[in-house]
Every structure is written in structure tokens, then in C-alpha cells.
Design a protein around this ligand. Structure first.
Ligand code: GLC
Length: 553
């Protein structure tokens, strides 16, 4: 496949890496992560092969929702640095060929934001209509409450004015009124500001909530926002948090037009992935891949196995969710909101390196753009002493001593101790260990980048000959890559047919040395080790691999 495409539509085979500046690296020795520290670590991300960094909120905040409660959209939280430090970071990342995007959290502000303070001054306040008020709101469906452990509704009484304000999330996060043109203008200014300082797009927080109050056609607002952004920079992206069933979600891409959110996270695929891992049988994931609609032209899915929130299992049936809980988080304190896990993958898998390697091999082979949460590359664990979703937001582990800060960390959650503590899980040690998860993920990323067919080709799930094995095939411009994954802790006899590839070809193993002959009938058979993975590229035997990919033959 022609690699020139991957430069224009860069997001379609990007490697996105989400991190929180606060927990990544302390550069000034005060115990809190900051932009200077992060900038010093940019080569770690470059070596890993990351092409786009997603920054979690780094704006001034009272920190009651880990920065998703913002008091100023136009500056940097002083604990994390200055605007100058931000610009130096973006510039350094760009020098390494890495784009930077950031969270756009404009469904709500903090209740300490000056806009809200002004709005609640009285019913006639100039900014009153920037938020959503009601005299007598209807009771809310308990199912619609996002954080049921802390909230019992979405309307909070403002005693002074006697009116209620809407808060889709916590009560200290009043919803902005997107129906108000002034608010929309302000949001555009926020985008423009950060793009001017070098951002290449935004991860848009809570998109369905953001547009739900808009009268008329709420989706025309998303199209406007996208158009505004792409007028300023044609290559900038909106990466949307839209956790909805596939048919409802397609609307957020702008249906056939593809003029709203550039990429949407595949929450359904993620949940079915974990169900498949729990069952040691990939059928649930295969079903999701078959049901998942193709996004409109130039739009794309973003794939992930973990993010900074709870591992939500809300789109599984109750029985399926219980299966995943039983396999990966049986204790009550590992679960949250009755719908998810507050764990990272390695402890969920009992630290089984074979299974972790399988999980990331699946992730990087799936159609879509993979998004990593910091630390996944080294198998960072969690600290269940952290409150709720915070358990997974621990400091990054660089060296056996932690290496996060020269002083005691002042992060919201400390590093874990024991098996997942810095002594046993850190970047330095894994760089030197050829069998480490870090080296494996680095190789996967390298091969994934060389094989854009995987991320954006047409794909098919093939009959694999064994119920524990997922075989999927990706085709683009004459290039074919086949990924084979054994989800079970036993050997599997793989047996699949590659149609349309003539018998002169061989299959070159991209992960392990070796080639397989592809017989004239296209039938491939081999034994795969427990949790084994293969990525196979088809090529004519006398043709170098590079040519196969460059000429698309
Ligand atoms: C999104 C974020 C989550 C945050 C919420 C409110 O779901 O991922 O962390 O709490 O929005 O902003």
C-alpha cells in the first residue's frame, strides 16, 4: 500500500498515547509532574513509535475530577508549568515527528470558573444563560446518572436564585449551554487558541452530553465545530468520546458525510475484547468486528483496551459483565459504578506476560487507530487505594526507584508497592530486556506502522479452524496482512483459507522470523502455541517486503 496516503490522513494509522502531565514526570523537583519533565521524556515516546500524544486536561482546576473541572480554558495549571513550557513541549514533540492533541472539556466548567460565578450572581446576570437553568426540573431516570456513587440527580439547587442548574456529571461541573451563540463562539476561540499554540486536534470529552441540549439539529453544531477547526488546519482531528451502540454512534461521524467527529473510540469493540479475553474465545470480538459499520470516508475508529476511566462494561449484558468481573475483578473494591473495573490490564491478567503480549498484538492488528494509556507499554499496574477511577492514574515508573520525581511524589495516587511497584515494573529495566513488554510493544508499533493495511484496509474475519483463534485479514491496494491470535492457554491447530492469493506467494511472518508457503488452494495450516500471535504478510517469494508494501502488489 502506498505510504504517501498515511501522511495526508495521518490519523488513520497513528499511534495515540494518552498521558496526564501531572503523573508523568516531575521536572522541577516539587513532587508534581510538569511540562518540563514530560519534555525530557519525549524520546521515550519517540523510541516507542508514538505519533500523537493526547494530553489529559492540564488547565487550572480545583482538581475535584482530576482536571476535568476547569476554571480557565486559556492557560496552564501553574503546578504543571507555564504556557511557555507548553509551547516548548509541543515544539520538541513535533521535532520528533509527534503531533499533540488535548482534551476539549466544554460540556461543563468547574463551578469555580469565573463564568459560573458570574452566572449564579442572579437571574439577570450577563452570563446567566451560559449555563442551563430550570425552576422545576423533572425527576431524572437513575440509569442516566453517570456517577451513581456520588450523585443522585443531574439538577442542583442554586439557593441564591432558587433555580436548579444542570450538571450531567458531578454537581461541581455545571453544564454549559451550547444553545447560546456566545458560548459556541467562546468554544471556537478555545480551539483556535490552542491550535495557534501548536495542537493538532482535540479529544472531545463526553460528546453526546455536549450536544444533547441543543435545539434544532444538534449535529449541525458538531459539523460547524469540525469545519471551523479544519479551516484553520486541514489535518487537525476531533477524537470523540462517544460510548453508544454502533447504529446511534454513526450519527457522530456525520453519517455518510463524515463531517463531524473525525474518529470515535470503539467502546463496543473494547468491551467485547475483554469478554473474549475472559472466555479465552474471540467470538464476541469477532462479532463486534462484523457488526461494526464502516466509518464514512476519511473518518476512522480509534481502538483501545484501557483508558483513564473505569473499564466500562456497560454495553455488555448483565451476565456477560459478571463473566468479566469474575475473570478480571472479582472483588468489590476492583469494581466501580456497578458497570466497570478500576484496574489496569496486567493485574487483571495476573501478570501473565504471554497474555499481555497477545492483548497488545490484537490491539495493534485491529482495524482502527490504537490509543494507549501511558504505562501500558511497560505493564503498569494500579493502586486500589486510590479513590474510584483514580486507581489507574498512578505515577509513571521510569527506574527501579520510581524515577518520577527526585522528591516524594505529590500525585493524587502513589505508586503501587510489590509486584507492580517500580522495582519490578519500569522503563529502564525493560529497555534492556529483549523479552520485555516494552520491547514487544515497540516492535508491534514498528510493524503496525509498516503495515497500514491493518489499520485502514478492508477487513474480514475468517474461519480459523479452532474456536480459540481469531484470524482476520486486512487488504488495501493489493497488499494483504493476516493476523492470527490464539486466545487460549493451549495449543491450537489453525486452518484457514486465503482466497484470491495465487499459489506463487509466501506468507512472511512479521513478528517472528520465518515464512510459510501459500499453496495454490490458499489453505494455510499450522500449530499455534498457547496465546500465540502471528502477523503474516503475503508477498511473491522473489519480491522484497518493502516493494510489496510500496507498490501495493
Ligand atoms: C469523560 C472523562 C472523565 C470525566 C468526565 C467528565 O467521561 O473521560 O474522566 O470525569 O468526562 O468530564
Amino acid at each position: 500500500m502506498r505510504l504517501t496516503y498515511t501522511a495526508d490522513l495521518w490519523w488513520k494509522n497513528a499511534v495515540v498515547y494518552c498521558l496526564d502531565v501531572e503523573t508523568y514526570k516531575d521536572g522541577n523537583g516539587d513532587g508534581v509532574g510538569d511540562f518540563r519533565g514530560l519534555t525530557q521524556q519525549v524520546d521515550h515516546l519517540d523510541r516507542l513509535g508514538v505519533t500523537c500524544i493526547w494530553l489529559m486536561p492540564f488547565f487550572p482546576t480545583p482538581g475535584r475530577d482530576d482536571g476535568y473541572d476547569i476554571t480557565d480554558f486559556y492557560s496552564v495549571d501553574p503546578r504543571l508549568g507555564t504556557l511557555g513550557d507548553f509551547v516548548e513541549f509541543v515544539r520538541t514533540a513535533k521535532d520528533r515527528g509527534i503531533r499533540v492533541i488535548a482534551d476539549l472539556v466544554v460540556n461543563h466548567t468547574s463551578d469555580e470558573h469565573p463564568w459560573f460565578k458570574e452566572a449564579r450572581a442572579g437571574r439577570d446576570a450577563a452570563k446567566r444563560d451560559w449555563y442551563v437553568w430550570k425552576d422545576d426540573p423533572d425527576p431524572v431516570d437513575p440509569e442516566a446518572i453517570v456517577f451513581p456513587d456520588k450523585e443522585d440527580g443531574v439538577w442542583e439547587l442554586d439557593k441564591k436564585s432558587g433555580q436548579y442548574y444542570l450538571h450531567s456529571f458531578y454537581r461541581f461541573q455545571p453544564d454549559l449551554n451550547l444553545d447560546n451563540p456566545e458560548v459556541r463562539d467562546e468554544i471556537a476561540r478555545i480551539l483556535g487558541f490552542w491550535m495557534q499554540l501548536g495542537l493538532s486536534g482535540f479529544r472531545v470529552d463526553a460528546v453526546p452530553f455536549l450536544i444533547e441540549g441543543i435545539r434544532g439539529d444538534p449535529h449541525s453544531y458538531l459539523a460547524d465545530l469540525r469545519a471551523f477547526m479544519n479551516r484553520r488546519d486541514g489535518g487537525a482531528i476531533l477524537l470523540g468520546e462517544v460510548n453508544l451502540p454502533y447504529p446511534d454512534l454513526m450519527r457522530y461521524f456525520g453519517d455518510g458525510n463524515g463531517d463531524e467527529v473525525t474518529m470515535c473510540f470503539d467502546f463496543i469493540g473494547m468491551q467485547r475484547f475483554h469478554l473474549s479475553m475472559a472466555r479465552q474465545n474471540p467470538q464476541a470480538l469477532a462479532d463486534a468486528l462484523s457488526q461494526r459499520p464502516a466509518p464514512p470516508k476519511d473518518c476512522h475508529w480509534a481502538t483501545f483496551v484501557r483508558n483513564h476511566d473505569e473499564l466500562t462494561l456497560d454495553k455488555l449484558t448483565d451476565a456477560e459483565r459478571q463473566e468479566v468481573f469474575a475473570a478480571f475483578g472479582p472483588k468489590k473494591d476492583m469494581q466501580v459504578f456497578d458497570r466497570g473495573l478500576r484496574r489496569r490490564l496486567p493485574p487483571m491478567l495476573d501478570g501473565d506476560l504471554r497474555r499481555l503480549k497477545l492483548a497488545y498484538s490484537v490491539l495493534f492488528s485491529l482495524p482502527g487507530t490504537p490509543v494507549l494509556f501511558y504505562g501500558e507499554e511497560i505493564g503498569l499496574g494500579e493502586n486500589l487505594k486510590g479513590e474510584g477511577r483514580m486507581a489507574v492514574r498512578i505515577p509513571m515508573q521510569w527506574t527501579p526507584d520510581g524515577g518520577f520525581s527526585p522528591v516524594a511524589a505529590k500525585t493524587p495516587v502513589p505508586s503501587p508497592t510489590g509486584k507492580y511497584g517500580p522495582r519490578n515494573v519500569n522503563v529502564d529495566a525493560q529497555r534492556r530486556d529483549p523479552d520485555s513488554l516494552l520491547r514487544w510493544v515497540t516492535m508491534l508499533i514498528e510493524r503496525y506502522r509498516e503495515s497500514p493495511e491493518l489499520a485502514w484496509g478492508d477487513y474480514d474475519v475468517l474461519a480459523s479452524g479452532d474456536e480459540a483463534v481469531l484470524v482476520h485479514r486486512a487488504d488495501a491496494e493489493g497488499g494483504t496482512v493476516v493476523a492470527v491470535h490464539n486466545f487460549a492457554d493451549r495449543e491450537a491447530e489453525v486452518d484457514f483459507v486465503l482466497k484470491g492469493l495465487d499459489g506463487r506467494r509466501v506468507l512472511t511472518d512479521l513478528l517472528v522470523d520465518g515464512t510459510l508457503d501459500l499453496p495454490a488452494d490458499g489453505r494455510v495450516r499450522f500449530t499455534l502455541e498457547p496465546y500465540g500471535t502471528r502477523w503474516l504478510r503475503s508477498a511473491a517469494p522473489d519480491q522484497p517486503l518493502e516493494d510489496a508494501s510500496a507498490k501495493g502488489s
